[in-house]
Structures are given as structure tokens and as C-alpha cells.
Design a protein around this ligand. Structure first.
Ligand SMILES: Nc1ncnc2c1ncn2[C@@H]1O[C@H](COP(=O)(O)OP(=O)(O)OP(=O)(O)O)[C@@H](O)[C@H]1O
Ligand SMILES: [Mg+2]
Length: 256
């Protein structure tokens, strides 16, 4: 089985009228199939850039990226993406937005409609299937984009601060739900967050990026048993790993 993804020597420089912006440098990172990797780093260090490069959404960059052994040359179909902001289509309903992937990839509509309804229930937005994005709160829009990312059951899920807009309690609930989905379906996940405890709670491994240009500054293994629950967050091992990561981030300029 090839690695779920394999990034080596990735370097991204954005051209801009005010001069080039050097976003990522020398990133090498590999994920086993079914692994959950969290990414932490200061604001502007290139986390979203890393995700977009992996998803095949960036113009040419240096280095190589493979997903399940296949070189990434453009948007890859087996990838589900939750962007930092929900980016829903305003003229489509909640259900219409979720079913977009199914239509584009010409998958079985009826079978996926059932699945869409299950996901809608799972994330707690039932009753809003026929509403439009502008009629939803920011947190609800994020949940729609989570459903949209999961609808075609992709083996690789890329999530860019998916729960940033949620209140603290809903966020904890979504963390538990995401763990449940992950344990159930064993997807490979790259999960970007600003929350150290969220990163540790969900991950097998936490990767810390440095200030821009982002480089891999530290990697922490999280060997806590699963399923993890809210009591896990009070366990000595959890508290120790969170403390180590906090010190690592503080030593290199904080979370931004
Ligand atoms: N399309 C673009 N064109 C030019 N520069 C860009 C572009 N996208 C991002 N950048 C620059 O690249 C750097 C990294 O941006 P990126 O969005 O990847 O950071 P981030 O780590 O996701 O930040 P945050 O935590 O605030 O979301 C920033 O300095 C940003 O200004
Ligand atoms: Mg970002």
C-alpha cells in the first residue's frame, strides 16, 4: 500500500505585485493510510497553502506530491476538502450544495441522497435542507461544507480550521463526531487548526510549522488510546503533550 500522501521538498512562492511571497520551504511529510495528522502553526505560515497544494489547487510549485502513489497535477477526485471559509454556492440550497460533488462526478444520485440526509442529521442541521446559505449562521455553513466534503466518501480528507466558527461546546461535539466518523471509516485526515488541544485530541501525529516560510519545525506523536472522550483531555499524557506543543509554538513566535 503506498502512502496516503507523500510530500517531498515542497516549496511554494506566490508571485505578487509587491514582490514574491515565500509561503512554504522544504516541506516533507508523509501520511500512512488511515492516519490522522493535525497541523499547527502561526497565522500566515502557509497552512492553507499546504492544504491547497496537496489538493492540487495551486499552480506549479517545487517539490513532489503524491496521493496514493499518483503524482498530483490538478484537483484529485479522491479528496474531500473543507476550506477555511465555507465557500458555498449561494444559488444552491443546503442539499444542492452537498450534492454538487455527486453531480459533478456523476455518481449514483439516489444512493447519495440517502447519504446526504444521514450526514445532515449527523452534523445537526436537519430541517434546513432546502434553505440557502445566506439563511444559515457561519457555524451551520461550516457544517454544510463538512457534509459536502464527506458525501462521496473520499479516502483522503483535508480540513482547514473546519470548526473555527463554532462555539466552544458545539466544537467539542464536532470533535467527537469527527473522531466517530474517522474510527468508523478510517479516512486519512490532514486537519489544520489553531487549537492545540483540538489538534492533540484528534491526531495520531501533530505537525508544527514555523513562521513563514513555513517549515516542519516539530512533530509530536499522540499515542493516546481511542476512542478518546472529554476525560482524555484531563489525562496526564494529554496535558503533557499539549504543554510541549505550546512551548514549541511559543519558542517560535506563537500561534499568531
Ligand atoms: N493567492 C495568494 N497570492 C499571494 N500570496 C498569498 C496567496 N495565498 C496566500 N498568500 C500568502 O502566503 C502566506 C501563507 O498564507 P496561508 O493562507 O497559507 O497561511 P495560513 O497559515 O493558512 O494562515 P492562517 O492561519 O491565517 O489561515 C501568507 O503570507 C499569504 O499572504
Ligand atoms: Mg489558513
Amino acid at each position: 500500500m503506498p502512502a496516503a500522501f507523500e510530500i517531498s521538498g515542497l516549496r511554494v512562492v506566490y508571485p505578487s505585485r509587491l514582490g514574491p511571497v515565500h509561503a512554504l520551504e522544504g516541506i516533507s511529510l508523509q501520511a500512512e493510510d488511515g492516519e490522522f495528522i493535525s497541523v499547527l502553526g502561526p497565522s500566515g505560515c502557509g497552512k492553507s497553502t499546504l492544504m491547497k497544494a496537496l489538493a492540487g489547487l495551486l499552480p506549479p510549485r517545487q517539490g513532489s506530491i503524491r496521493i496514493y502513489g499518483e503524482p498530483v497535477r490538478g484537483p484529485a477526485p479522491g479528496v474531500g476538502i473543507v476550506f477555511q471559509s465555507a465557500v458555498l454556492m449561494n444559488w444552491r440550497t443546503v442539499l444542492g450544495n452537498i450534492m454538487l460533488q455527486v453531480e459533478v462526478q456523476r455518481l449514483d444520485y439516489r444512493a447519495h441522497l440517502e447519504r446526504a440526509r444521514d450526514l445532515i442529521r449527523l452534523v445537526g442541521i436537519e430541517g434546513f435542507e432546502h434553505h440557502y446559505p445566506f439563511q444559515l449562521s457561519g457555524g451551520m455553513q461550516q457544517r454544510v461544507s463538512l457534509c459536502r466534503a464527506l458525501i462521496h466518501d473520499p479516502p483522503l480528507l483535508l480540513m482547514d480550521e473546519p470548526f473555527g466558527a463554532l462555539d466552544a461546546l458545539t466544537r467539542e461535539m464536532m470533535n467527537l463526531e469527527l473522531q466517530r466518523i474517522w474510527l468508523d471509516r478510517r479516512k486519512t485526515v490532514l486537519f489544520i487548526t489553531h487549537s492545540i488541544s483540538e489538534a492533540v485530541f484528534l491526531a495520531d501525529r501533530v505537525v508544527v510549522l514555523s513562521r513563514r516560510p513555513g517549515r516542519v519545525q516539530a512533530v509530536a506523536q499522540v499515542a493516546l488510546p481511542r476512542p478518546r472522550d472529554l476525560a482524555t483531555m484531563e489525562s496526564p499524557d494529554f496535558v503533557r503533550i499539549v504543554g510541549e506543543l505550546r512551548r514549541e509554538l511559543q519558542a517560535h513566535g506563537g500561534l499568531g
